[in-house]
Design a protein around this ligand. Structure first.
Ligand code: HAM
Length: 421
């Protein structure tokens, strides 16, 4: 029978990769707390209608990528493809508008998109998601962008830059879309099939087509920036002024439109050296109309999400090292069945005292046990033979030096504490 493998586009995070994941998550919790963001966990699945309405019927995510199914009660359920819709749902459901605004929350967890798997693109990926809901000041846009920047700098990323754009609001965007569609109608024969579809269903997405034949057309396309209403233009100018004042490198890109329909005004991504434009390490923006689309009162919001797999990939690509995870430094090697119980008891006492300890299993010779202790990088092996057991002693072997001496059983814990902590 053929062995099972993990479903396409998913991956096991093996023990040797866990130091990256642990380190990244520790830094996320630390940095979120520095900026006053509190953790919010939402369910991994939500009502399908939440994403259809929130993310948008004509987006790739809703059209092609959702893991949706009917549950046993006949309700249509979707594994979350992203966090924002669920977080805004939770904000409205729990009446968070009565809390000090903006409500600043972050989440970490898996998201699911039926995409074509490739490096940095998976069907199950994990996001660090940040949202600030209830305030329209462009200083909040800057703050969420700073959280992302701070994290990547803290992790040691090189070659960071922001891509920013404003995609306007329901007041000014329709006029721009009209001009954009007119422009593209003059180029229908030159564009790719996807773009012909986009022209009808979601013209803003024409601007981030990656097909080669569409690039010259995008280059010549009108830019949203020239059509922004006064409010959107001022918001964008203020944000760019803040980025200048803080010396953050950024590029204003009229191609940056993002793939989710809820965005208004600011959109941004962070690119890092080595993983390229197709693989933004994070993306986000403002979504001032989302709460209303979900049936709530008008409530501005802004946030971003960063894929943890892409953070790990970037760290590996850039050769960034992470601290090893703590592991036991002490192996207890009983030399007979009789002393095994004593070994298990001693291991228990050490662990209670906060000293990690392994016992060896099976019936191995001392030589084999020492070899294993070496391979596992133990600092000390405690050898318990019949003689030691009778005299209430253990033999301590310093693995690096190869030296041994006896020590009274009741002194082992304090002796090791002094050396290992
Ligand atoms: P997004 O750009 O679709 O935005 O995803 C955010 C980030 O998640 C991406 O920049 C990337 O790092 C990671 N990501 C997305 N899809 C995949 C995938 N298939 N495999 C690996 N990593 C992936 C959102 O999801 C918005 N909800 C972000 C947001 C929050 N906007 C406002 N608030």
């Amino acid at each position: 029978m053929a062995l099972f493998s993990a479903p396409r586009g998913t991956q096991d995070i093996l023990p040797e990769d866990q130091p990256y994941w642990r380190h990244i998550q520790e830094r996320i919790h630390y940095i979120a707390q520095l900026y006053g963001y509190q953790q919010l966990d939402t369910p991994i699945f939500e009502a399908t209608a939440l994403f259809k309405r929130g993310v948008g019927e004509t987006t790739d995510i809703v059209e092609k990528e959702m893991y949706s199914f009917l549950d046993k009660g006949g309700d249509s359920i979707t594994l979350r493809p992203e966090f924002t819709a669920g977080v805004v749902r939770a904000y409205l459901e729990h009446g968070m508008h009565v809390r000090p605004q903006p409500v600043k929350v972050y989440s970490i967890g898996p998201c699911f998109r039926y995409e074509r798997p490739q490096a940095g693109r998976y069907r199950q990926h994990h996001q660090f998601n940040v949202e600030a809901i209830g305030e329209q000041d462009p200083a909040v846009d800057l703050e969420v962008m700073s959280v992302a920047w701070h994290l990547y700098e803290d992790l040691g990323f090189k070659g960071l830059s922001f891509q920013v754009n404003s995609i306007g609001c329901p007041k000014c965007r329709p006029e721009f879309l009209k001009v954009l569609v007119e422009y593209y109608q003059g180029h229908v024969d030159d564009i790719c099939d996807d773009c012909r579809r986009r022209l009808k269903r979601n013209p803003l997405r024409l601007l981030d087509c990656k097909a080669e034949r569409c690039q010259p057309i995008i280059d010549g396309a009108p830019s949203m920036r020239e059509y922004l209403c006064d409010e959107c233009a001022e918001h964008f100018q203020t944000l760019l002024g803040y980025l200048d004042a803080l010396g953050r490198p950024y590029t204003v890109s009229h191609r940056l439109v993002r793939g989710l329909d809820y965005y208004t005004k600011t959109v941004f991504e962070v690119w890092a050296e080595g993983i390229g434009a197709q693989n933004a390490v994070c993306g986000g923006g403002r979504y001032d109309g989302l709460a209303e689309v979900l049936g709530g009162p008008p409530t501005p919001g802004v946030g971003f999400a960063s894929g943890l797999e892409r953070i790990v990939l970037t760290m590996k690509h850039q050769g960034i090292e992470v601290p090893a995870l703590p592991s036991p430094q002490v192996m207890i090697a009983p030399l007979s069945q009789q002393t095994k119980v004593m070994a298990m008891k001693l291991a228990g006492d050490l662990r209670t005292a906060g000293i990690g300890a392994l016992t060896s299993f099976g019936d191995r010779s001392l030589k084999a046990q020492l070899r294993q202790a070496n391979r596992q990088g133990m600092a000390y092996t405690l050898i318990i033979g019949e003689n030691e057991a009778e005299s209430g002693q253990v033999t301590v072997r310093d693995m690096a030096r190869g030296e041994q001496h006896s020590i009274a059983l009741e002194e082992v814990t304090s002796w090791l504490s002094q050396r290992l902590m």
